[in-house]
Design a protein around this ligand. Structure first.
Ligand code: OAD
Length: 244
């Protein structure tokens, strides 16, 4: 049983508008490696070296292979108690927005409804050249990106470093953050902008800011409550309080 502060519990009980920003840490307990973790096959690459148009132009097979590797993992894993708690939390508030930087689709699989996917979704593909969605099924053994009718290479429909976020999702995320009275940042290193700016927008507009992470981040000093630990353990405990 986690000992939440009375201040947090008061805010939780009275909140009407809640927004949550999630990052790779929320899927860690499902077995999806985070971007900046030190474990794993791909740890020798920085995310910027793989998740960018420059990287794809330089070595499309390498970038494609990394995404195929991630897709293979995502196919095999299941949402964890953190994902399920957020899907449940949504039912308790008048307004609830789940803003995620994750491309793994696990929030949807856990039953969340109002999801804003700021960095796209790894299950979709599009042409690197003309941008047209590519709807053919991708075989996970495919080592190189297929080609579009226009001759361009196919890439995952995710947002890469240097690219702009999907405009309507980002506008809705901004709005949800600016109008939230309670904001959770869970499992994110809070260093990749513009997503990392959303908790600050929320705080500036008066939201109570809660951070859930296994370790401190650049956001921690600004948080009204820093809950150190695993999101898959802390979020279900929060939902228990909502059910009381
Ligand atoms: P990171 O890998 O940068 O950070 C993951 C965070 O989760 C870290 O702060 C960990 O301490 C924390 N963490 C790990 N396990 C956790 C657990 N069980 N419970 C709670 N927290 C845990 O991932 P993001 O912040 O999502 O962008 O990275 C942001 C963006 O950078 C990603 O969307 C991706 C990446 O490059 C693009 O690909 C454009």
């Amino acid at each position: 049983m986690i000992d939440f502060s009375p201040e947090f519990l008061n805010v939780l009980k009275s909140a009407k508008r809640v927004a949550v920003l999630t990052g790779a840490g929320i899927s860690a307990e499902s077995g999806v490696a985070t971007f900046r973790g030190k474990e794993g096959l791909w740890a020798k690459f920085r995310p910027e070296e793989l998740a960018s148009a420059d990287a794809f132009m330089l070595n499309s097979a390498l970038v494609w292979e990394w995404y195929q590797y991630r897709r293979d993992i995502i196919d095999k894993v299941q949402p964890n108690p953190g994902h399920f708690a957020l899907a449940d939390m949504e039912k308790h508030f008048k307004s609830f927005a789940l803003i995620t930087q994750n491309v793994d689709g696990l929030h949807r699989r856990a039953g969340s409804q109002n999801i804003l996917e700021l960095h796209g979704n790894i299950t979709r593909n599009k042409c690197f050249n003309c941008g047209k969605p590519f709807i053919d099924e991708i075989n996970l053994d495919q080592k190189k990106p297929p080609c579009c009718n226009c001759g361009g290479k196919i890439r995952p429909d995710v947002v890469w470093f240097g690219e702009t976020l999907p405009q309507s999702e980002f506008e809705m995320a901004n709005e949800a953050s600016a109008t939230a009275d309670l904001f959770f940042a869970a499992g994110t290193s809070a260093i990749v902008y513009p997503a990392a700016g959303l908790p600050m927008i929320a705080k500036r507009h008066g939201a109570y800011l809660v951070e859930i992470n296994i370790e401190p981040t650049p956001l921690t000093d600004m948080a009204d409550s820093f809950m150190q630990g695993k999101s898959g353990e802390i979020l279900p405990e929060i939902v228990k309080w909502l059910r009381k």
